[in-house]
Write a protein that binds this ligand. Structure first.
Ligand SMILES: NC(=O)C1=CN([C@@H]2O[C@H](COP(=O)(O)OP(=O)(O)OC[C@H]3O[C@@H](n4cnc5c(N)ncnc54)[C@H](OP(=O)(O)O)[C@@H]3O)[C@@H](O)[C@H]2O)[C@@H](O)CC1
Ligand SMILES: Nc1ncnc2c1ncn2[C@@H]1O[C@H](COP(=O)(O)OP(=O)(O)O)[C@@H](O)[C@H]1O
Ligand SMILES: [K+]
Length: 725
C-alpha cells in the first residue's frame, strides 16, 4: 500500500527542526525553505511582480531569504515587513534581515505594483527599489543611502529597471488605461544606456513622466538631465522619481525583464493588459507571498497584520502561503477573522493537520509539501510514534511520503544566486530516535489508503458472505432517517438488512416501497430475533429518539451479542453520553465499536462544549476514542477518524454539499455495511468516510450540488464509485 501522507503538529515539527538544526550549519533550513519557494514561484509565476509580506519570526525569515533569492535571480520583488517583536527577530530571521539587499524593503502599507503611481499610496510607498526610511519596520536597514555598496546595488537595480521601463516607453498607469496598441518597442534598448551617460533618475525623469508615448516615439538619452544617483537616493519621496512611480516593467513584461529585452507590444493588442496587470488567462501574473506567520502564530493578530492580510486577500493575484496561511492555526485548522486566503500553500518538513480540517481546506488552496531534505528525521518521528502505539490497527505505512516530495528547487535547477543554497550540500545526520506524544502524528485519508473498498467480489459467494446488518432507527416522524441509513447500507453492499424501526406494531411503514429489499420490522422484534437472524452489525441512533423506549432498545443492543459490531450515531450518542450503564456495556463489547459524532454530539460524549471540540478537533476525537475505547468519526469539514489506540487521520474528500440533513444517516449506514462485509476496521471506517465524501465530490463534479445535493444521492454516487474501482 502506498504510504499515507503524514501530518505533523507544530510540536512534532519543532522537535524535528531542533534535532535537524543541531546537525546543520545555521540558516540551512531557512535557505532550503526559501529556495523551495523560489522554485515554486519560478515554476508557477515565471514572470510578473512578487510582493513578499514578512512577519517578525522565522516565517518572515523565509520570506526575506526568498526575496533576496528572487532579486538575485533578476525578479522584481517588493518586501513589506512587520516590525520585529520586543524580543527581536529569531537568529535565522535576523540574519535574513541583515542580508536583504537594499531597496527591496518598502515602507507604509503594501500595494500591488500595478505600475500606476496614482494608486500606489503616498510617499511613493509602491516605489520600486526605493531606499526608504523609518516606518513599517524598515528603520533598522535604513543605512543604505549612506552605504556605497548598497547604493551601487540599488543603482544598478534601478538602472536595470529604468532601462526596461525605457523600452516599455510609457507611463504604465496612463498608457495602459486607454491606449492599447499605441505602444511599441522603442529604438532605445538597455544596451544603449550606461551608467556613464544616464542615471536612473534621468531615466525616471523621462520614463515616469505622465506624457503618453506614441507608437514610434523614441526615448532619447539626450533628454535626460545630468543628475546623479545621489540625487535620487537623497530624495526618495521625489514624486518625479522613477521609484515613486512603481515599476512599469514589472507588470508589463511577457518574460522576466532584464537589460536588453524589448517590451512585447502585441500583448496590448491582444487585450491581455487590463488596469496595468498582465493577465495570464483571467489571472493576473505575479504573486503575493504570505510569509507573515507560520506555525508560531500564538495569539490574535494585531491590527496591522490584519490589515495586510485583508489587503492581500483583496488583490486579484495568486497568493502563495509559506508553510501555513497566516491567521490559520496549523495544528487545529482554526482561522482568525483575518486569515490569508491562499491559492497555494507550500508547507515544510511535513503536511500539517490544520491545513486539512475545519477552515484549513478553505484557506490553504493547493497544498504542496517540501520535506527540506529531512525525510530521515520525519521517518524517525513516525517510527517513534508507531512505537508509542500509533500505528496499531492503522494498516498504513507509517513512513511519510514526504520523501516523494523532492526538493523542487534542486529538481528544476533554478539559478537563484550564490548564497541561495548555503548548507544545501550538507547532509543532516539521521536521528537515532525521537519520541513524540501520540497526538502529534497523524495521516491523511486518500483513495489510495483504502484499497479494500475496491476489492472485487469472488464468484463463489452469496448474500451471507456480505454480512447481516440491523438498523435501529426511525422513531415516528423520523422514519426517513432509518430509510436513509438502511438504503445507504444496501447500496454500499451489505448482504441482508433489517430495519429495526423505533416503533411498535402496527408499523406505519411496513415496507420501503423504493427498496423492498429492506426487511422492515419493529425494534423489539429484531432484537428478539437477532440471534436467529444472524445480525453481525448494528447501526443505531438515526432518528431513534431519546425516550425510555429508545433507551431500552439501545441498552439491549449494547448488552446483547457482544461480538457484533456497533455503529452509534445521532440520538444513540446523546443517550450513551448521559448514561453510565450504557457506557460500561459499550466498553465491554468485543466487536468493533464506532462512534460518529458531529461536534455537538462529541461535546456530549466528552461533557464539554462544541466550542472546545472545534478548538481542537483532533484532541477531541482522540479523547473520545480513549474514553470509550472506540473508533471515532468526528464529522465536519476535514472529518477526523481516530482509532481506539489514538491513531488519527483526516479525510481529504467531501464538500459543503454534505451540509444537509440526512447525510450523517447515510454515512452511518455505509460504515455499518462495510463492517458487515468484513473489511478491517481501519479500512471500513476510514474507507467509509472517504467514500461518503468522494460521493459528494462526484455529485458536485456532475453539477448535482453542492447546492441542493441530497443525502439519498450520496449513497447512489458511493455505489458508483465503489464499482468503478
Ligand atoms: N525553525 C526552523 O528551523 C525553521 C522554521 N521555518 C519557518 O519558520 C516558521 C516558524 O517560525 P517561528 O517559530 O519564528 O514562528 P512564526 O510563525 O514566524 O511566528 C512567530 C513570530 O510571530 C510573533 N507572533 C506570534 N503570534 C503573533 C501575533 N498574533 N501577532 C503578532 N506577532 C505574533 C512571535 O512573537 P512572540 O510571540 O515571540 O512575541 C514571533 O515573533 C515556520 O512556519 C516556517 O515557515 C522554516 O524556515 C524551516 C526551518
Ligand atoms: N462543509 C462540509 N464539508 C464536508 N463534509 C461535511 C460538511 N458539512 C457536513 N459534512 C458531512 O456531512 C455529514 C453530516 O452528518 P450529520 O451532521 O450527522 O447530519 P444528519 O444528522 O442530518 O444526517 C457528515 O458526514 C459530515 O462530515
Ligand atoms: K505564512
Amino acid at each position: 500500500m502506498p504510504a499515507s501522507p503524514l501530518l505533523l503538529t507544530s510540536t512534532a515539527l519543532r522537535r524535528i527542526e531542533t534535532d535537524a538544526a543541531a546537525t546543520l550549519p545555521p540558516g540551512t533550513l531557512m535557505d532550503r525553505a526559501a529556495r523551495s519557494a523560489a522554485a515554486r514561484i519560478a515554476t508557477s509565476w515565471p514572470s510578473g511582480a512578487v510582493v513578499v509580506l514578512c512577519g517578525p519570526g522565522n516565517n518572515g525569515g523565509d520570506g526575506l531569504v526568498l526575496a533576496r533569492m528572487l532579486h538575485e535571480a533578476g525578479r522584481h520583488v517588493k518586501v513589506w515587513a512587520l516590525p520585529a517583536s520586543d524580543a527581536g527577530r529569531p537568529e535565522d530571521a535576523q540574519r535574513a534581515w541583515d542580508a536583504l539587499p537594499a531597496g527591496l524593503l518598502q515602507s507604509g502599507e503594501p500595494v500591488w505594483p500595478v505600475g500606476n503611481a496614482g494608486t500606489e499610496g503616498a510617499g511613493g510607498a509602491g516605489g520600486f527599489g526605493q531606499v526608504e526610511s523609518a516606518a513599517g519596520g524598515f528603520g533598522e536597514n535604513d543605512s543604505a543611502a549612506g552605504d556605497p555598496g548598497l547604493r551601487s546595488e540599488a543603482l544598478s537595480a534601478a538602472l536595470r529597471d529604468a532601462a526596461s521601463a525605457a523600452e516599455i516607453d510609457t507611463d504604465a498607469g496612463a498608457a495602459l488605461d486607454a491606449t492599447a496598441g499605441d505602444v511599441t518597442p522603442t529604438e532605445v534598448t538597455a544596451d544603449d544606456v550606461t551608467a556613464d551617460d544616464v542615471t536612473a533618475a534621468d531615466l525616471a525623469g523621462d520614463v515616469a513622466s505622465r506624457e503618453p508615448v506614441e507608437r514610434g516615439d523614441t526615448v532619447s538619452t539626450d533628454l535626460l538631465a545630468d543628475r546623479s544617483d545621489a540625487d535620487l537616493l537623497a530624495d526618495p519621496s521625489d514624486s518625479n522619481s522613477l521609484f515613486a512611480e512603481g515599476d512599469p516593467a514589472d507588470d508589463l513584461s511577457n518574460e522576466p525583464l532584464s537589460t536588453g529585452t524589448l517590451f512585447d507590444a502585441p500583448l496590448l493588442d491582444q487585450g491581455r493588459i487590463t488596469d496595468g496587470l498582465l493577465l495570464d488567462g483571467d489571472v493576473p501574473r505575479g504573486v503575493i507571498v504570505d510569509a507573515l506567520f507560520g506555525i508560531g502564530l500564538t495569539r490574535p493578530l494585531d491590527a496591522q497584520a490584519q490589515a495586510w492580510i485583508t489587503w492581500a486577500n483583496a488583490q486579484p493575484v495568486a497568493r502563495l502561503a509559506i508553510d501555513v496561511p497566516s491567521g490559520l492555526n496549523g495544528d487545529t485548522g482554526a482561522a482568525q477573522d483575518a486569515c490569508v486566503q491562499a491559492t497555494h500553500t507550500l508547507t515544510f518538513i511535513a503536511d500539517k493537520p490544520g491545513l486539512h480540517t475545519r477552515a484549513g481546506s478553505d484557506v490553504a488552496g493547493t497544498i504542496e509539501v517540501d520535506d527540506l531534505q529531512l525525510a530521515a528525521f520525519v521517518d524517525a518521528s513516525a517510527e517513534a510514534g508507531l512505537g508509542a502505539g500509533l500505528g496499531a490497527g492503522l494498516g498504513v505505512d507509517a513512513k511519510a511520503d514526504a520523501k516523494a516530495n523532492a526538493d523542487v528547487g534542486l529538481e528544476i535547477g533554478l539559478n537563484i544566486g550564490a548564497n541561495a543554497g548555503a548548507g544545501d550540500d550538507v547532509t543532516a545526520a539521521a536521528p537515532s530516535s525521537t519520541d513524540l506524544p501520540t497526538n502529534d502524528i497523524g495521516h491523511l485519508i486518500r483513495k489510495a489508503d483504502v484499497p479494500s473498498l475496491f476489492q472485487s467480489r469472488k464468484n463463489d459467494t452469496h448474500k451471507g458472505s456480505y454480512g447481516t446488518l440491523a438498523v435501529l432507527a426511525g422513531a415516528p416522524g423520523m422514519t426517513g432517517a432509518a430509510l436513509l441509513a438502511s438504503r445507504a447500507a444496501l447500496l454500499t453492499g451489505a448482504g441482508k438488512i433489517f430495519v429495526a424501526l423505533a416503533d411498535t406494531p402496527p408499523l406505519s411503514l411496513p415496507c420501503d416501497p423504493m427498496h423492498p429489499e429492506l426487511m422492515v420490522r419493529d425494534a423489539a422484534g429484531v432484537l428478539d430475533a437477532a440471534d436467529a437472524l444472524g445480525v453481525d452489525t448494528w447501526v443505531a441512533g438515526c432518528g431513534l429518539g431519546t425516550d425510555d423506549a429508545a433507551k431500552g432498545w439501545l441498552t439491549r443492543v449494547l448488552q446483547e451479542r457482544p461480538d457484533a459490531n456497533v455503529v452509534l450515531d445521532a440520538d444513540a450518542l446523546t443517550l450513551l453520553g448521559g448514561d453510565q450503564v450504557m457506557q460500561a456495556a459499550f466498553r465491554q463489547r468485543k466487536g468493533i465499536k464506532v462512534l460518529t459524532p458531529h461536534p455537538l454530539e462529541a461535546s456530549r460524549l466528552l461533557g464539554s462544549d462544541t466550542h472546545a471540540v472545534q478548538a481542537d478537533r483532533i484532541a477531541a476525537a482522540c479523547a473520545i476514542a480513549a474514553r470509550y475505547g472506540a473508533w471515532v468519526v468526528l464529522k465536519g469539514s476535514g472529518t477526523i477518524v481516530c482509532s481506539p489506540s489514538g491513531a488519527w487521520r483526516i479525510n481529504t474528500s467531501g464538500n459543503p454539499g454534505l451540509a444537509t440533513a440526512g447525510t450523517g444517516d447515510v454515512l452511518s449506514g455505509m460504515l455499518g455495511a462495510l463492517l458487515a462485509q468484513g473489511l478491517l476496521p481501519e479500512e471500513a471506517v476510514a474507507g467509509g468516510v472517504w467514500l461518503h465524501g468522494a460521493a459528494a465530490d462526484r455529485l458536485v463534479e456532475q453539477g448535482i450540488g453542492p447546492i441542493g445535493l441530497s443525502a439519498s444521492e450520496v449513497a447512489q454516487a458511493a455505489r458508483w464509485i465503489r464499482n468503478q474501482g
